[in-house]
Design a protein around this ligand. Structure first.
Ligand SMILES: [Zn+2]
Length: 474
């Protein structure tokens, strides 16, 4: 049996207005090479000036991960050659990153959680983009110099599931802090996955492979499964040392396989050295005080939901995974409904009907959904009728619940007089069954409920019917 070892390096593109070391805009989708200047084009003599906003955002993330913030950190040059890197080096941080050791909690479905160590987070600038078109390759440097925060985890994850839980949690924290749009399709949140295996009980680390530039949770899971199987097979066939080499691999979503891209460089290959154009980054106590103010995070929100709204731990972690959803839920709860009902109607019924449309664009508002739940809770309509009301609300873009209930004729009969009249008629027509019931055949009770519901054409309030039947049969 083998143990799987996974470590992750996540690149988050910070949503600053301008680039990390110049005042060029960071806007996405502009005409190629228009967001550029001598600094981000790497022209000789142009000097970098650090963007304070990026430092601010790095400190916010460090605070959220309970990390040690290094009040003095250093920018280094990481040297390599590639067409999309005009200066021939990336400005990054090496020995002393701005954010040091921290941690992140992941939550499992059974309500338990696990702490994953976060080694560090450092600031660096992004490269441009090579665009390949047939025989020609073009270089667009609009992205060159965009601020990135690279967040490196400890090799603490033991399965693809844990890796995805970590990424989802980090993604949600970044969104809560509003330091990045974290749009995965546009590459604002992407990661490199380091995978290795070892026999259970072994403490040594064996050769690892890095799967580069992943930006989909689903593909990350698949890539890990593929890579783990490749390692295990090589081990079992006795060719591990020959076949598994330290390298960078790419995942192909079409085949579900990873393939070798290049040998993995060691840090020494990059000839890191402090950037002589940049002074050490000093974070004063005053900056620390000011920048470490952060909003309520997913874990705290989850705790509050469990405590105040009396919902299950796991439900709370699902609701708080997404800030939009958490806010929607908070707003529903301000209408004074039950947390359990609100959870089901939001996460199952409404989400299911929205079919991928974001809650922000939901045709049914939090207040409207909560009002409808109130009508179920006070017995005006049944839960089943609630589903019809919700369908109607989504199709007709209205928010007057009482009007919709009236229009669809879904109001339950809870009036004692009307219900008793029906019940008496049914009991009178079934004297034999009443006798059986009174002789101890308790099953007959369900028959009387069923008959009454049928007589009311489904509009009777079933709880009320039970209650009145019990009175009459006593
Ligand atoms: Zn520039």
């Amino acid at each position: 049996m083998f143990e799987i070892i996974i470590g992750l390096e996540v690149h988050v593109q910070l949503n600053t207005q301008s680039k990390l070391f110049c005042s060029c805009a960071t806007s996405f989708g502009e005409k190629p090479n228009t967001n550029t200047c001598p600094t981000c084009l790497g022209l000789p003599g142009a000097l970098p000036v650090l963007n304070k906003e990026a430092v601010h955002k790095a400190i916010m993330l460090g605070t959220a991960l309970k990390s040690k913030i290094n009040q003095k950190s250093i920018f280094n040059r990481k040297n390599y050659f590639y067409p999309d890197l005009p200066s021939g080096y990336q400005i990054s941080q090496f020995e002393v990153p701005v954010v040091g050791l921290g941690e992140l909690n992941i939550d499992f479905e059974d309500g338990t959680s696990k702490k994953i160590g976060v080694t560090r987070a450092h600031l660096e600038n992004d490269a441009g983009k090579n665009i390949h078109a047939g025989d020609v390759s073009n270089v667009d440097l609009n992205r060159a110099g965009t601020p990135l925060l690279e967040i490196v985890s400890e090799p603490d994850m033991r399965s693809a599931t844990e890796a995805v839980l970590y990424l989802k949690k980090l993604h949600s924290i970044v969104r809560y802090l509003r330091i990045s749009d974290a749009n995965m399709q546009e590459g604002s949140f992407r990661c490199d996955v380091n995978v290795s295996i070892r026999p259970k009980g072994d403490t040594k680390l064996y050769t690892r492979c890095e799967i580069k530039n992943m930006n989909s949770f689903k593909f990350i899971e698949k890539a890990i499964h593929y890579e783990v199987n490749r390692h295990i097979e090589a081990w079992e066939d006795g060719v591990f040392d020959k076949e598994i080499v330290q390298e960078t691999r790419l995942f192909d979503p079409n085949t579900g396989e990873t393939r070798s891209m290049r040998g993995k460089e060691d840090a020494a290959d990059y000839r890191y050295f402090p950037d002589p154009d940049l002074l050490p980054l000093i974070i004063t106590d005053e900056m620390m005080e000011k920048y470490s103010q952060i909003p309520e995070l997913p874990d705290e929100k989850k705790e509050r939901f469990v405590k105040d709204y009396k919902i299950k731990e796991y439900d709370a972690s699902v609701l708080t995974a997404n800030l939009e959803m958490a806010n929607f839920f908070d707003e529903m709860m301000s209408e004074g409904i039950s947390g359990k009902n609100a959870t089901t109607w939001l996460s199952v019924e409404l989400q299911g009907r929205l079919d991928g449309v974001s809650l922000e664009n939901s045709p049914v508002s939090a207040k409207t959904l909560a009002t409808m739940i109130k009508r179920i809770e006070d017995g005006t309509i049944s839960g089943k009728a609630g589903k019809q009301v919700l369908d109607y609300l989504i199709e007709n873009n209205t928010d007057n619940i009482d009007e919709v209930i009236e229009k669809l004729g879904l109001k339950q009969v809870s009036d004692d007089g009307a219900l008793l009249e029906m019940i008496d008629t049914i009991l009178a027509a079934n004297e034999d069954k009443v006798a059986e019931y009174k002789a101890g055949k308790e099953k007959m009770f369900a028959f009387f409920v069923g008959q009454t519901m049928k007589a009311s054409k489904g509009s009777a309030n079933p709880q009320k019917v039970s209650q009145l039947l019990k009175q009459r049969l006593a």
